[in-house]
Design a protein around this ligand. Structure first.
Ligand SMILES: [Zn+2]
Length: 312
């Protein structure tokens, strides 16, 4: 594989859990829904971009590092070729998009509404400087803005960097390979290792305390807000009749993200609304989680999970 697997962003995983556990009458609910929608669209654009590499054919070796993070820089993708490095800024935005060199703004007009957004050209300018510094200014670094939504209409005036639709990426890369054909060649794998070793460790997302009580229960993965009940070894949804043995794992993931990384039998029963202590013990034991004994009670350490990842 030429591409390192892209993980779902920690903030999206957190926001999905918070949305699932927020009562729909809370004033925060519509804002959270919009935040999750925007982050999901962003990630869908990035995943769509990644998939396109599977069909890209060139005789040149190359590697792609998705979501490259170093100090205060977050780059959607770093594409390493023997004679150049392309930094990609991915935008999954629909509507009419204008980028202007003079105002340094990205303006989106959709359904009669016009909003300003962060200018990807300025983001790339910063990133290019960082990558040039890391490679001692020896290899050309090129910033490319890629729009993944094929319905967006781009109007770009006097922007020095390449601003393209995703479908134009193979042509743009082939042109760059041709342009730098006679330039000094570097070892792609060595460069890739250099970037991976200096990448900042992923920072855990530290959210603000939640100012309202969270919804409890084990939710049906297919029906929003339908609480499942546990009987005869299965969680059962009264609405759609789905039965699942491990539906409580998603509740545990939510607990880890929103409440704490460890859970006692009592806390588990409270959060999942499971009445039976014996069943709770059985389910917690079966999870295979590590435990810590605090003298007062046994706590299970909930591991990091991403059970809402639809790619699995
Ligand atoms: Zn259901």
């Amino acid at each position: 594989m030429n591409i390192v697997e892209r993980k779902r962003p920690a903030i999206l995983i957190y926001l999905e859990a918070l949305l699932a556990r927020t009562p729909s009458h809370r004033p925060e609910y519509p804002f959270l829904t919009e935040k999750v929608r925007r982050r999901t669209a962003g990630f869908a654009g990035e995943s769509w971009f990644d998939k396109n590499w599977l069909h890209y054919e060139t005789s040149e070796p190359f590697r792609v590092i998705p979501d490259f993070q170093i100090s205060s820089h977050q780059m959607d993708a770093l594409c390493i070729f023997p004679t150049f490095i392309a930094i990609i800024e991915i935008k999954n935005i629909s509507g009419f998009i204008e980028m202007d060199h003079e105002t340094r703004q990205l303006i989106r007009t959709k359904d009669g509404e016009t909003i300003g957004m962060a200018n990807p050209d300025d983001q790339l300018y910063r990133h290019e400087k960082k990558i040039q510094q890391l490679t001692n200014y020896k290899i050309p670094v090129i910033g490319i803005v890629v729009f993944t939504n094929s319905t967006s209409v781009l109007k770009v005036s006097n922007i020095k960097r390449k601003v393209i639709h995703l479908s134009g990426l193979p042509y743009t890369l082939d042109s760059l390979i041709e342009q730098y054909r006679t330039s000094p060649k570097f070892d792609v794998h060595q460069l890739c290792s250099l970037f991976l070793t200096c990448q900042s460790p992923i920072k855990p997302y530290n959210p603000e305390p939640i100012p309202y009580p969270l919804l409890t229960g084990v939710f049906c993965p297919d029906c929003t807000f339908s609480t499942m009940s546990y009987s005869r070894d299965f969680w059962r949804c009264p609405a759609c009749r789905l039965k699942q043995r491990d539906a409580h794992l998603l509740a545990l993931q939510d607990y880890r993200l929103l409440v704490g990384e460890t859970i006692s039998n009592r806390e588990f029963r409270q959060f999942t609304e499971l009445r039976s202590r014996t069943n709770a013990t059985l389910l917690l034991k079966r999870s295979g989680f590590q435990t810590i004994d605090t003298h007062k009670s046994l706590h299970y350490i909930i591991p990091e999970m991403d059970l809402r990842d639809k790619r699995k």
